[in-house]
Design a binder for this molecule. Structure first.
Ligand code: MD3
Ligand code: FE
Length: 215
């Protein structure tokens, strides 16, 4: 079958990777510098930090947020909140380049009208990983999650609806966007420990933006 999505401007190729999920290879490449400059402005106000899980583990991935809601974890649980617990201030607003990237990618994948109110920004250094989990703190599970990968490549683990379903391994490179909706929205997923490397735009790290409709 002809690959209609890969005919979109900026998309090198697209692969359906599950019922409702699509990888748009290279979709963010042309604006990666602009996205990373926006992240630099956000981290000056809301720095990356290693959150503690309810079980008492310190996460190897460092996180921050922008948008009207931000995802946080501590001994009391996981939740979205309007303020940054480090400063007590509102999260930085979502820069236009982030907002429009998320809306355009969602539309390209068949989810028109996606309006994100929360962007979780993950910072991986070599060795950092994300263990298998579901994203289920968002109120409206009919909205997709859009993820943008920047910097060093990662191996993404894409499982099923049960924790014990064997995950597929999917390489995510700089500039790739994945839109997760439909049945995959509640799939278990994670990221393998990041390999050592040096990327021309980010240096020794990977940055992942996940856009959500949380409220
Ligand atoms: C599939 N982040 O922040 S992005 C997360 O690369 C998270 O930093 C990973 O998992 C990262 O929660 C993966 C891809 C992703 C994000 C959310 C999903 C895949 C998803 C929600 C449901 C199903
Ligand atoms: Fe997740």
């Amino acid at each position: 079958m002809r690959d209609l999505l890969s005919e979109l401007p900026g998309v090198r190729a697209s692969e359906p990777i599950g019922d409702g999920a699509v990888v748009l290879r290279g979709y963010a490449s042309a604006r990666a510098g602009e996205l990373l400059r926006a992240v630099d402005r956000i981290r000056e106000v809301a720095p990356f930090r290693h959150l503690t899980t309810p079980g008492g583990h310190v996460m190897s991935v460092a996180m921050t947020n922008c948008g009207s809601l931000g995802w946080v974890s501590d001994r009391r649980g996981y939740r979205y909140q309007r303020t940054d617990p480090l400063t007590g201030e509102s999260w930085p607003s979502m820069p236009a380049v982030l907002r429009s990237t998320a809306t355009e990618a969602a539309e390209a994948a068949g989810y028109a009208g996606f309006v994100s109110d929360a962007c979780l920004i993950n910072h991986y250094e070599p060795g950092a990983r994300l263990s298998l989990h579901q994203d289920r703190n968002e109120r409206d599970m009919s909205a997709p999650i859009v993820s943008v990968s920047l910097g060093l490549p990662a191996v993404f683990l894409f499982g099923g609806l049960r924790r014990n379903d064997r995950p597929k391994r999917i390489r995510l490179d700089h500039g790739d966007i994945v839109v997760w909706g439909g049945a995959t929205r509640l799939a278990f997923h994670g990221v393998e420990p990041l390999d050592e490397g040096d990327h021309p735009l980010t240096g020794r790290c990977r940055i992942n933006l996940t856009f959500r409709k949380a409220g």
